[in-house]
Design a protein around this ligand. Sequence first.
Ligand SMILES: Nc1ncnc2c1ncn2[C@@H]1O[C@H](COP(=O)(O)OP(=O)(O)O)[C@@H](O)[C@H]1O
Ligand SMILES: [Mg+2]
Length: 222
Amino acid sequence: MSLIEIEGLTKSYEVENRAVHALQGVDLSVPTGQFLAIIGRSGCGKSTLLNLLGGLDVATSGALRVGGEDVSQLDENGLTKYRRETVGIVFQFFNLMPLLSSLENVALPALLAGKPRRATFERATNLLEAVGLENRLNQGASLLSGGEMQRVALARALINDPQLVLADEPTGNLDSHSAHSVLESLSNLTRREGKTVVMVTHSREAAQIADLTREMRDGKFV
Ligand SMILES: Nc1ncnc2c1ncn2[C@@H]1O[C@H](COP(=O)(O)OP(=O)(O)O)[C@@H](O)[C@H]1O
Ligand SMILES: [Mg+2]
């Protein structure tokens, strides 16, 4: 079974009356429960593809199905629900709320989705323990190291129990030691929870953590 099935996906941007063809016919299927790393140079279309998978942007043409649902056909309400329930995203620059604690950052997406407080804080605590941050639960996010921030962001991506976890250059802003611990946490936690993962990176070293690797060049897979 494939969680993700993509056929002939294209995305073009218009910049000053000139078309930029960021994705030029992407075909991809990702089996449920697998960890895929997509590798490629800067500008080859990795973030564009991940944003489409995350329901953050809409394709120009082609089909993108996740769990049998055609994401390219969803309206605004459908996309909001998809972003909240089906995917969890880890970004290069963490995107934490600096004035909230680790625990509050992780709990926030579940509280915004209307989930009960007590169960949410229990799951948030459990996820933070799983990424080795049991001593940082009440620490303000702005006081954490980069590696700790990214492990909080990882726990947050999992709080709503999404089927699909997406990571865009999750180690791009970290030193090699922190990068290693983030990749270990990403691999261990998503395996424990049975998630399908798509990580994009320009780093061959980071890609080694994955089950499968595919390479992108000029808006397609090679
Ligand atoms: N919002 C945008 N508007 C215009 N062009 C964009 C936009 N986002 C990306 N691009 C262009 O699309 C191409 C692919 O970008 P991107 O997906 O960010 O690549 P990567 O993540 O692999 O570095 C690049 O040429 C980039 O300049
Ligand atoms: Mg990018």
